[in-house]
Design a protein around this ligand. Sequence first.
Ligand SMILES: [Cu+2]
Length: 241
Amino acid sequence: MLNFRMIAQSAALTLGAALVSTAAIAYEGGAVAGGGSIKGTVKFKGEAPAQEVLDVNKDKKVCAVGEKKSNELVVGADGGIRYAVVSLTNISKGKAFPEGESILDQAGCEYLPYIVIVPTGSELVIKNSDGILHNIHTYSDKNKAVNRAQPKFKKKIKESFAEPEMVKVTCDVHGWMKGWLAVVDHPYYVITDEKGAFELTDVPAGEYEIKVWQEKLGESTQKVTVAGGAEAAVTFELAAK
Ligand SMILES: [Cu+2]
């Protein structure tokens, strides 16, 4: 006959086994000792096109605050590309995910920020700061599509995504609104700034493949070696397709 202690022991064993089997396939995050960093720039090769001006033709009182431009390809004065996603493709153990919520705001009928990093299975908080109706609609290959109205009184809704991939976000009410979710299964993802610059920190020493993704220009990969306490340099050059 099973007594309470035996049941408790068996439950603990089952739980332990479950944790071990999950850890074997998932990313393992923790403290990184003796890591290095990767610093670099994503550049546009050729003559940069101008940003397209968006046609804000609805809810103008709230939405037409200043001129809105497309963020699909933003190239700075020195040729740096903003809003490119840089990541390591072959890392299974390293730093922990940063704390805090992933937030996508709808403000002035724009998605802010344009690209949000969302760890798989975590909650994405979708805010509506506008006080008008938005309808979030996502497009991707591996995750379920989200198609949800967010009326003016719904200041916050939450969604989560199971599979790592880039998820396109649009609004069914305002055709010009567009953004991206970078759904990620490890924390070595970064979005380039207005100069096209990026930095990945606390990378365990080792050899990696580093990838850049840009919605108009596609993907490119390189090999990079990270030494403890050192900064590895990487430059990507992407040309128009
Ligand atoms: Cu909208």
